[in-house]
Design a protein around this ligand. Structure first.
Ligand code: PEP
Ligand code: MG
Length: 581
């Protein structure tokens, strides 16, 4: 149990994170304690090697391009070899990186710069930055590709200079990985037995690093200013619940704390559900899934169903809209993994912004997060929504699984009513996501027209705080513990209680045990999360009373900022959430 630390919680405005004597602090993302030497990832190629490459040069642009081709081919092959040794999502990530290393557009840009007389290092850098600019402008998940591209630049440069590729080395002992940020290609192959915690200078609570850490179940703190200055090998005590990293912890004491934390975590592994507080107040614990594979794996967890099936993730690589029949087959794969008492909430396409889908998204929007995404795609293309609803209804009929359908990015009661009519017309249960503050403020009226609400706290936080959820510099704002976000959640949950209809949470907030307890205290009836978080959250809920949850909700709502809210809730709940994660 972490009783000897002063929780620091989420950082204040940019610059207030960072060194405080022997302690670093950042945004806590995945709870848990780890104590191990720092493995500091140097992502730059040695300056001397680059200088040597530049001094040596190439006879002409064609020779430089041939060297580029050879280097980028070697980088792509390296990714492919790792993809072959990996599995699941990791294989996909590494294969995508191989494709990016060989990208014809990138090669064309390099060639153009070389032919204009630019040296190889500058030509490569300019070409990469040109594409980074495009990806960053698209924002969201596409902005994550910028991290990939910069990783490819460094690897290609290393190959050109005859150096080993930089990146995450394989640790020879359990280590805390400290990096500026981690490229998806780096995180895809991590072994949680050797990388026991992640600490990054950049990245926010919904960054790629955070998502991978949650999947691996290892403590993670992001947005830690000054982390890269850590001397390699320094033993770090990482507290993923408070965001605090102690660089001078007493080794014996630290090991005791970690052992206690591990024991508490192991105890959660035996949680078998169903979700309830210690005094028996029921709360549905559900899983978030993306496809048939993740649904089958989640079906083995003690969940009462799926609270969020992100259908757009099935189509990120599709140029053409799949037929109704093909869609029905894809949805039926997920539905058939559940059934009986276990229902599935299918979300209609949330294409756009961070999840562009070629056949649905409006290209070239100035500000895609505020543009035509989610349900808005149906405004000028209602057929797209109708065909998807037909396919969901077919899948529901074929599998017999209780199927609820919800729309993302709903701003008005009129939109909710129109959506509900289409869903009810197909004999299914209809709901909408609460991701836009307007939907939270009008939750009671939304509930007059739909059967349930589901709080998408990732986007609700983004829109309430006007802070891009992928912007690492704004991690202190994109924090669901922000008082304004908690108020919007409370308004929505109260409306659900008044109407006697379910109000769930399916954003990342549901995976934080302490926050989950406070959400239950506000009146939330279900919590949906990555399967890896199910047991820790379920076990923690089972250890606190509904009275404590209500007190935690009051304390969080009364707090002035996220740090105070975390502290106040920890006080009410007795710090138990720190030991579970
Ligand atoms: C959310 O916004 O909280 C949510 C669950 O949707 P997504 O993360 O897919 O945008
Ligand atoms: Mg969302």
């Amino acid at each position: 149990m972490v009783t000897d630390t002063t929780p620091t919680g989420s950082p204040g405005p940019r610059g207030s994170t960072g060194r405080g004597g022997a302690t670093l602090s950042g945004t806590p993302v995945v709870p848990g304690l780890a104590y191990a030497p720092a493995l500091v990832v140097r992502q730059e190629v040695a300056a001397e090697a680059v200088a040597r490459l530049e001094a040596q040069g190439f006879p002409d642009a064609d020779a430089a391009l041939a060297a580029y081709d050879q280097a980028s081919q070697a980088v792509a092959e390296g990714f492919e070899a790792r993809a072959g040794a990996a599995s699941g999502a990791a294989t996909e990530v590494l294969t995508a990186s191989a494709g990016l290393a060989r990208d014809r557009g990138l090669r064309g840009a390099v060639r153009k710069h070389l032919r204009a007389g630019t040296g190889i290092t500058d030509a490569l850098h300019s070409a990469v930055e040109q594409f980074v600019g495009v990806f960053e402008q698209m924002g969201g998940l596409m902005a994550e590709r910028a991290t990939d591209l910069r990783d490819i630049e460094r690897r290609t440069l290393a190959r050109l200079a005859g150096e080993p590729e930089p990146g995450v080395p394989t640790p020879d002992q359990p280590s805390v990985l400290v990096a500026e940020d981690l490229a998806p290609a780096d995180t895809a192959g991590l072994d949680p037995n050797l990388v026991v915690a992640l600490v990054t200078e950049r990245g926010g609570p919904t960054s790629h690093t955070a998502i991978i850490a949650r999947q691996l179940g290892i403590p993670c703190v992001v947005g830690v200013a000054g982390a890269l200055a850590t001397v390699p090998g320094t033993p770090l005590l990482v507290d993923g619940a408070t965001g605090r990293i102690d660089t001078t912890a007493d080794p014996d004491r630290a090991r005791e704390q970690v052992a206690a934390d591990l024991a508490a975590r192991a105890a959660t592994a035996g949680w078998t559900g169903p979700g309830a507080t210690a005094d028996g107040a029921r709360v549905k614990v559900l899983a978030n899934v993306a496809d048939g594979d993740s649904a089958r794996s989640a079906a083995g967890a003690p969940v009462e169903g799926v609270g969020l099936f992100r259908t757009e993730l099935c189509f990120l690589n599709r140029a053409e809209e799949p037929s109704v029949e093909e869609q029905a087959e894809i949805y039926a794969e997920v539905l058939s993994a559940f059934g009986g008492e276990r229902h599935v909430v299918v979300r209609t396409l949330d294409a756009g912004s961070d999840k562009p889908v070629a056949f649905a998204t409006h290209p070239g929007e100035e500000n895609p997060a505020l543009g035509v995404r989610g349900l808005r795609l149906a405004f000028d293309n209602p057929g797209l929504l109708d065909r998807q609803l037909d396919a969901i209804a077919l899948a529901a009929e074929r599998t017999g699984t209780p199927t609820w359908v919800m729309a993302p990015m709903v701003a008005t009661v009129g939109e909710a009513a129109d959506f509900a009519e289409r869903v009810h017309g197909r004999g299914l249960t209809a709901g909408v996501m609460v991701e836009i503050p307007s939907a939270a403020l009008l939750a009671h009226r939304m509930l007059e027209v739909v059967d349930f609400l589901s709080l998408g706290t990732n986007d609700l936080t983004q829109y309430a705080m006007a802070a891009d959820r992928m912007a690492s510099d704004l991690a202190h704002l994109t924090d669901p513990w922000q008082p304004a976000v908690l108020q919007l959640i409370a308004i929505t949950a109260h409306a659900g209680r008044d109407a006697g209809k379910p109000v769930g949470v399916c954003g990342e907030a549901a995976a934080d045990p302490a926050l989950a307890a406070a959400l239950v205290g506000m009146g939330v009836t279900s919590l949906s999360m990555a399967a890896a978080a199910v047991r820790p959250v379920g076990a923690f809920l089972g250890s606190v009373s509904s009275g404590q949850c209500e007190e935690a909700a009051e304390a969080a709502l009364a707090a002035a900022d996220p740090r105070c809210a975390r502290e106040a809730v920890r006080e009410v709940l007795g710090g138990g959430a720190d030991r579970i994660g």
